[in-house]
Design a protein around this ligand. Sequence first.
Ligand code: BES
Ligand code: MN
Ligand code: ZN
Length: 507
Amino acid sequence: MKISFDKPGVPATGVAVVFATSGGKLSSTAEKLDKKTSGAIKRAIKSGDFNGDAEQLLNILAPVGTRLDAILVVGLGKPGDIRELGAQKAGGQIYAATARAQKGSATVAVDEIEGSSVVASEMAAQMGFGALLRSYRFDKYRTKEKPTAKPKLKAISFMVPEGAAARKQFGKLSKVADGVFLTRDLVSEPANVIYPETLAKQAKSLEKVGVKVEVLGVAQMKRLGMGALLGVGQGSVNEPRLVVMQWNGAPASRGQGGKGKKKEAPIAFVGKGVTFDTGGISIKPAANMEDMKWDMGGAGVVIGLMRALAGRKAKVNAVGIVGLVENMPSGSAQRPGDIVTSMSGQTIEVLNTDAEGRLVLADALWYCKDRFKPKFMIDLATLTGAIIVSLADQYAGLFSNDDKLCEQLTKSGEVVNEKVWRMPLGDAYDKMINSDAADMKNIGNRGGGSITAAQFLQRFVDKTPWAHLDIAGVTWSKADAPTVPKGGTAFGVRLLDRLVADYYEKK
Ligand code: BES
Ligand code: MN
Ligand code: ZN
């Protein structure tokens, strides 16, 4: 999709997109087009139930008095209520409504809206971002799809005052979209294409945007004592990997006592990268097992986030670590009852080989805090089915030992519409994973499955401020939303990019 920002004007050909606010008040360009069409827009409003509320659309085809193919009027709601998210959603709707336009392009006239705190240039940039996000499609394996079935729209032009400002803001947002698209690609790929080695290769490709990438293999992980992660991977012919990505964008600050420049401590993101989760010997039922190709969703988000941060040259030092394994049953697979020793030295009784994500994260988290001593660690994992029971696809579960981090994540989540809901942690839950045979077991008893999973992770973060996002319910969606087409959502990329931008970047 090509998004451009051009001089204000009245669109003359193709599809013209204009706006209305609640009560059916037309934008200035909409007024002009209404005059040109002898009042077609106002008549269309009178004849239907469109009144300019947010998320409403009115499409007028082949309007007389113009050479236009259509006029699309997009509702923005009450001017005072318009926020960047509303603009993004409108952009997504514009894409969806014009995707089949025969000329392959649409022209959007973005005027200043009286009473709105979002100026036209920002509105246009956010709409462009929303349209771009919605245009994502994973169709590389559909070799027989008829060309007529594919979306035709290739370009959207936004006519807007202060095009340069819009262009600049969109430039940064498009880097975030690059990260989102990378994540969506990675979670959409099947497990015969994306397995630890190939996913590590994808991460390695971030070197081209300035990320430092190291890939650890089995021998190195053995030397580090990562028995928890390695145990999960031992049943697969596709060997595990651990990938360490570093983006150093923070300006070095003066060290104490004038001892030269000192590197700012990084913030860290850790992802569960189970490239396929059969459950292992505790094998899953066949129905919907194909969903487990996106059990690397947490790792996908961390890789996409690093891409976004590097792409927009975020002024922050960030580390991304992903633990990559395939959980398979085989003659070499780990058995229920096996006891493994993690890098931390703590031992784990593996009572269910399907509770594998926490085993992978145990070593990845410990390694992260041990090596980098980060300001905080946030892990993302499609960790439990229980979080879907709790929160469905509306929120990611948030578990944390740090109130400030929770507050920041909650606020950023609201702003980008990737919402998180804090869940409890505590000693009583922690006790539930004590084991008679080892330091802990990898499952709890009955209830609170997402919480006992989080308690398990907490045993591997020490005193580091930490948050765990259980994204099992939000990583894949079965229905289109304004800026998120069905499929891989990349939930977490925009949230964490925003968290960094709002709270952790040097200004
Ligand atoms: N990857 C799954 C969790 C999951 C389930 C993600 C459905 C997305 C959709 C995880 O590894 C798992 O199998 N968890 C088990 C834990 C149980 C064995 C304690 C679960 O949730 O059933
Ligand atoms: Mn599992
Ligand atoms: Zn899993």
